[in-house]
Design a protein around this ligand. Sequence first.
Ligand SMILES: Nc1nc2c(c(=O)[nH]1)N[C@H]1C(S)=C(S)[C@@H](COP(=O)(O)OP(=O)(O)OC[C@H]3O[C@@H](n4cnc5c(=O)[nH]c(N)nc54)[C@H](O)[C@@H]3O)O[C@H]1N2
Ligand SMILES: Nc1nc2c(c(=O)[nH]1)N[C@H]1C(S)=C(S)[C@@H](COP(=O)(O)OP(=O)(O)OC[C@H]3O[C@@H](n4cnc5c(=O)[nH]c(N)nc54)[C@H](O)[C@@H]3O)O[C@H]1N2
Ligand code: SF4
Ligand SMILES: [Mo]
Length: 728
Amino acid sequence: MALTRRHFLKTMGVATGVGLAGDHLFSPAFADGKGPDQAAMTIPTYCEICFWKCGAMARVVDGHVVKLEGNPLHPNSRGKLCARGNAGMGLLYDPDRLKSPMISTGARGEGKFKKASWDEAFNYTAEKMLKIKKTYGPEAMALFAHGCAGSICQHMISAYGSPNIVMPSFAQCRGPRDVGYEVTFGMGPSSPERVDLVNSKVVVLFGSHLGENMHNSQVQDFAESVARGAKYIVVDPRFSIAAGKAEHWLPVRPGSDTALILAWINLIIQNGWHDKAYLDRYATGLPELTASVKQYTPEWAEKETDIPAATIVETARLMGLYKPAVCIHPGRHASWYGNDVQRARAMAILTAVLGSWGREGGLFLPTKASLPKIEGKPYPAMRDSVSQMSKYPFAGAEGLTNEVRQATITGKPYPIKGWIVTGTNLMKTLPNQKETLEAIKKLDLLVAVDVMPFDTVMLADVILPECSYLERFDDLAVGRGRSLGVSIRKAAVKPLYDTKDGYSIASGLAQRLGVGEYFPVPTLEEKIQQTCKHWNLSYDELSTKGFIGIPNTASPYITPENQPHFETPSGKIELVSSELKRKGFDPVPRYAPQPQPPAGMFRLLYGRSPVHTFSRTTNNPWLYELHKENEVWLNAKKAKEMNVKHGQYVVLVNQDGAKSNRVKAKVTNRIREDAVYIVHGFGTTSKELHKAYLKGADDQGLITQYAIDPICGSTGMRTNFVKIEKEA
Ligand SMILES: Nc1nc2c(c(=O)[nH]1)N[C@H]1C(S)=C(S)[C@@H](COP(=O)(O)OP(=O)(O)OC[C@H]3O[C@@H](n4cnc5c(=O)[nH]c(N)nc54)[C@H](O)[C@@H]3O)O[C@H]1N2
Ligand SMILES: Nc1nc2c(c(=O)[nH]1)N[C@H]1C(S)=C(S)[C@@H](COP(=O)(O)OP(=O)(O)OC[C@H]3O[C@@H](n4cnc5c(=O)[nH]c(N)nc54)[C@H](O)[C@@H]3O)O[C@H]1N2
Ligand code: SF4
Ligand SMILES: [Mo]
């Protein structure tokens, strides 16, 4: 039997996490000659290095976190953490962390700050916020948030009276996907996505570079499904890790996925490979769909996608053969080209015609269990948000970051004068950095709540340093996978510096804004205890186990007793969307080709490193060791023509003259000739980040053009072309 890492560790007697040699480095206790088990504790948390919220256990010795392990009870980690989760202590002990509140002493962005007390920083912030409220109304303050801390800040800003809460997780991420699925099935595919990979016979990935996109349990499922023999069809201009496990790699022309999907739908219907009984029972619009996709033949699609017609037919047949155990992965980062809702719609329709929604091996149904609601003091009446007033009828509850940025620049539909930015690095996250800077220039107040001095933090007027997730409590995390579950995050250690948890920051501001009554409970720990009571959960049990699951009483699949519920206007799966039609959009997706790169230029594509999360981990001492800078993937034939050698530093220059940092060329056959690829998040311009500063190229700096989806307002960001220049 092959020796797995787990078996290997077990054999070495270290699988329980006690006394791993490398951990000594992090615990002065060992230097004092104390044994590893002295004052040792295990504290439950959930990881905050990305948003998968894996349950974890922090092993603490004499006040030092020496090891993080996956919580075996937790469905998102199942006893394992990914490399990033393992490196959580790298964030805790990063010497470059924000260590105390700071107030800017120079011009905005000059990088001059003085240390301040919390009282000073809170008073400074509250005074300016009250002035903005008085002059322009509370809606002139906007909150940009991502992650846990954001949710507590949301409560504070709502109490203050502003509706303008926005997150990049909508317009720069999965917004178009969610909208495409919602208008089809009446609900989105959720996070974690309800993909039944372990039972799939065929899995289709559009982008979705699983294995590089390292969402823990999903990647575990991916590995298991590959081991079980699932056939993967990977549609990606780049030979991704997932493509390496696939039966079919379809190196699609970037931006042409919808052509391929429509041709597949056409073939499946024309050949009777669809699930007729399922569609008869649950769907509307098959005749109209059939008629409108008829034009999309495999020969036509070959011309658009560069995928041979025969391959299109063969892969369609494969899906038809194994339906409904076919998982069309809905994807996650979906803001690609600005016509992304319609691509997601096409994926949803393909799922429907194969009968895979609610079926084993497809997408499983949501859990029916729920927790009692918690009623709080109602928020004051508010104006409509900038996102609601935008011209995009399907902007979601997470709002449109880009529309708030635009409103800040133009003052329309009303002025935005203050931003609180927490858990998001807008300079790296939003396309067109010039616009972000222009908006920031117009503000009366920019507050950063963060753990590290990243790019956007360095532009702030006041910095409110949050303690890292290992030093704080956070709200209970409620997760929905196959069943409902509640996770707790307790502070593993006391804050190392003069930092506060998100709850204390939000409540400290709320007191000074005159809305302190919205934070009636003094600490988050007490609030969590109250919530546990309300939900009839034992706080002590949660504190020991870290996670309590609430089993789903209904089947994850459609059965005679467990019928699906579609919250669309017709109550059915809408192959032809009545909502899109009513709002003036194509009710069945139509294909429109993307502009192609001019001669001598390549389309700029981007994605994930398995050992980093966007920009936020680039300075993490452990992860930095694993991946210090990104590389630009360049097709070997093109590299030869340009005489660019593997490993040589080059510079990327886009169609508008924007230039990247120097970046190493990765010369490879694993990418099409018309595109280059870099990992997102590198190339920080913050000098306070002593490891990551100017390491690698910043994709966002090259994304000066973006295409807004007319349906939901998300920003397609794969719309830029670059040329490769040799270093001067
Ligand atoms: N390690 C790690 N994992 C993460 C994250 C992280 O930061 N680090 N972030 C998480 C988050 S929030 C998200 S949203 C997800 C994002 O991860 P995904 O949802 O997987 O992102 P995609 O954009 O679908 O995938 C990127 C892939 O799309 C390919 N691609 C580029 N253009 C096209 C095209 O036109 N058509 C097709 N078919 N493919 C194309 C690229 O070559 C690349 O392989 O990752 C999550 N997982
Ligand atoms: N060009 C390009 N743009 C993209 C993407 C891309 O692939 N390419 N991906 C898009 C996607 S899918 C997403 S989801 C977004 C992600 O966008 P962001 O979430 O903005 O990503 P990060 O760059 O990691 O910025 C995170 C910020 O949060 C801070 N932070 C980390 N932990 C904490 C904490 O505990 N508390 C507080 N208060 N702050 C903390 C970090 O220090 C950092 O400043 O970006 C989107 N934008
Ligand atoms: S997938 Fe990795 S980084 Fe994300 S929450 Fe889980 S362990 Fe943490
Ligand atoms: Mo995302």
